[in-house]
Design a protein around this ligand. Structure first.
Ligand code: TYD
Length: 232
């Protein structure tokens, strides 16, 4: 999507489960709202009523029922949720807000379904283009964390029943992580990515993200790419 001054700046936060996305998104919301900006936050899968219904389906503990979603269905359900989210929720939110922050977006599908599940990546890319239409993030905040450290965090904050780390193999997490790293290192994405070592404590991570993000937002203002400048 071509940047213009009459739309929000779109930030997407990515990282494996347990990397601290939700905590950091709450910090971002507080920070930017306290600066008087209108901020809308969403999560994937979900974001729309239909997307939340798909989320429930995706997050159901199929393992205990003895059946499982096949990787293809899983990817298509994530994509269906995303297509609905983009058209029903993201489009108006981009027009009505200064900042839109999304907890996960299509890079999650590349990492989890493309690398984690080994689905054909060209197919993932073309269905993703179909699903997201023109909505590309202006900036990605990628929270990089080794899966063992992420797992420790999850175990200390969530019940074991909710813990996806119990369901998937170590090889799966290794592939997801390498998928994220490869994706955010591509030259096209690097320019738009704030890569954070998420092993530090939450407040240090917050400081690092805000420093980098404030710089990005200043650049966007200078280039007339966001309407944040209208707030000054
Ligand atoms: P969630 O509880 O929202 O996890 P988190 O707080 O870490 O985002 O569950 C979302 C799960 O779905 C998470 O394990 C990542 C996974 N996922 C995919 O596999 N593909 C996708 O395209 C998306 C958006 C999420």
């Amino acid at each position: 999507m071509e940047a213009s001054r009459n739309r929000a700046f779109f930030i997407c936060v990515e990282g494996i489960d347990g990397s601290g996305k939700s905590t950091q998104i709450e910090y971002l919301r507080e920070h930017f709202e306290s600066r008087g900006l209108q901020v809308a936050c969403f999560r994937e899968p979900g974001g729309s009523q239909i997307g939340e219904a798909i989320r429930t389906l995706l997050k159901r503990d199929w393992h205990s029922t003895g059946v499982d979603l096949c990787p293809e269905s899983e990817f298509l359900l994530f994509s269906a949720s995303r297509a609905q989210f983009c058209r029903e929720v993201l489009a108006p939110a981009m027009a009505d807000n200064d900042l839109v922050i999304c907890d996960r977006y299509y890079p999650s599908s590349l990492a989890y379904q493309g690398f984690g599940r080994n689905l054909d990546r060209q197919m993932i890319e073309s269905i993703t283009r179909f699903a997201i239409a023109e909505f590309e993030a202006d900036c990605y905040v990628y929270l990089d964390l080794d899966f063992r450290a992420a797992r420790e965090r999850m175990l200390s904050t969530r019940s074991a029943a909710e813990d996806r780390f119990d369901w998937e193999t170590e090889a799966f997490w290794t592939r997801v992580l390498s998928g994220y790293r490869a994706f955010f290192r591509t030259p096209e994405l690097m320019k738009r990515t704030i890569w954070i070592d998420a092993a530090a404590d939450a407040l240090s991570v917050r400081r690092e993200i805000l420093l980098a993000l404030d710089r990005r937002l200043d650049e966007a203002e200078d280039a007339g790419q966001s309407r944040l400048c209208d707030k000054e």
